[in-house]
Design a protein around this ligand. Structure first.
Ligand SMILES: *Cc1c(COP(=O)(O)O)cnc(C)c1O
Length: 384
């Protein structure tokens, strides 16, 4: 028996450098474009905009900052409501609170695990009845899978409310051939260390509205008025990305397609080896969509499998394997106690996904041996 703690740690999703990052970092040093901003930032913005098919992009310090800017640009303020996917990371909704607005959470539907058009329609009908529509709808593409954009956009357009697409987890994915992040009034990406590509920390705001992005640049650099002295008439933020980090991002973007390919292979291997186990059901990929499979996610029916998600997480932790439950829905978070929530049907889909869902190590730098260790660990658990 191998001592559990002597085994190398397998991470959920760790940074994966290509080697070319040095080239862009060195250029920045050689030209002393260490700060502020600089050519890597300009080019990284152009490259992301071209990749996504958006008119422009603004590089910022995090995905959270990008969402906050989008809400500011849509004049979300105290007393306003913002609809938001419930099954997501906290960062999707925290900026709603920064603006002192009120989040209303929308359930998932089972085919994509993302925002349910049915639940969204219910929320809009309720808002209409109360005479106060939301200022924006934040739609998340979970673990790389695009939400049902046609249906969701059609509802948003009917009520004339703009969509913000939180594509933090879905760079490299597409919906009906169109890149993820290009659907809303604003799209946002994250380059946090665990995402499919990373700048060590960073984010991007994309849009076809060039004027709005001009204002985003202004707000992200302390909202300085065009005056010969330091003059400010609106509150701003310090949200821009550094030229060094943008250099890392440029090299990472060059290998994005490879990273997506690897993550999809990892998903397929898990599914091949574990998909037949009783009660195991892998996250679907909706017809007409292409997921970057950022994280391999699945649900486990405790009765059929004879093991619960917490038990499995525990067994993996003992073997130094980092796995995670699916995001805890925001309507169940103490922070958002009392917030309005609209379910898909009689069933609370996001709560059920949370109860039975698990994310497996999915990093593109994980070796085949590493993945086999994860697979064997799970199989051994099922047998015991
Ligand atoms: C990572 C993430 C964010 C936030 O990105 P940061 O760069 O970490 O601020 C927002 N939304 C979702 C769904 C995420 O997964």
């Amino acid at each position: 028996m191998i001592n559990a703690t002597s085994q190398k740690r397998i991470f959920l999703s760790s940074p994966h450098m290509s080697g070319n990052e040095y080239k862009y970092i060195n250029e920045a040093f050689e030209t002393n474009w260490v700060a502020p901003l600089g050519p890597n930032v300009d080019l990284f913005e152009k490259e992301i905009a071209a990749y996504v098919g958006a008119n422009e992009a603004v590089a910022v310090s995090s995905g959270t900052a990008a969402i906050h800017l989008a809400l500011s640009l849509l004049s979300v303020q105290k007393g306003d409501k913002v609809f938001c996917s419930s099954l997501t990371f906290i960062a999707s909704a925290n900026p709603i609170l920064y603006q002192q607005a009120e989040p209303v959470f929308i359930d998932s539907e089972p085919e994509t695990w993302n925002m349910s058009p049915q639940a969204l329609e219910k929320a809009f009908m309720d808002a209409t009845k109360k005479g106060k529509l939301p200022k924006a709808v934040i739609v998340v593409n979970l673990y790389g899978q695009s939400a049902k954009m046609d249906e969701l956009l059609s509802i948003c357009n009917n009520y004339n409310v703009p969509m913000i697409e939180d594509a933090a987890e879905s760079l490299g994915s597409s919906y009906k051939g169109k890149p993820s992040g290009s659907f809303g009034e604003f799209g946002i990406f994250s380059f946090n260390g665990n995402k499919i590509i990373t700048t060590s920390g960073g984010g991007m705001l994309v849009s076809n509205d060039i004027e709005a992005l001009q204002k985003a640049r202004f707000l992200a650099t302390q909202a300085r008025d065009p005056a010969p002295h330091y003059q400010h008439s609106t509150v701003g933020f310090n949200y821009r990305m550094s030229n060094i980090l943008a250099g890392i991002g440029r090299a990472q973007l060059e290998v994005l397609a490879e990273r997506v390919g690897t993550r999809r292979l990892i998903f397929e291997r898990y599914k091949n080896k574990l998909g037949e186990l009783p009660g195991f059901q892998f996250m679907p990929e909706l017809d007409g969509t292409f997921s970057n499979r950022w994280l391999t996610a699945l649900t486990i029916d405790e009765e059929m499998a004879g093991i619960s998600v917490p038990e499995l997480l525990n067994a993996m932790a003992l073997e130094n394997i980092e796995a995670r439950p699916v995001w805890k829905p925001l309507h169940l978070q103490p922070l958002f106690k009392g917030a309005q929530y609209f379910t898909h049907s009689n069933e609370d889909v996001s709560a059920n996904l949370f109860d039975s869902g698990i994310c497996l190590p999915s990093g593109s730098n994980m070796s085949l041996d590493d993945q086999m260790r994860v697979i064997d660990c799970i199989k051994n658990c099922i047998r015991c």
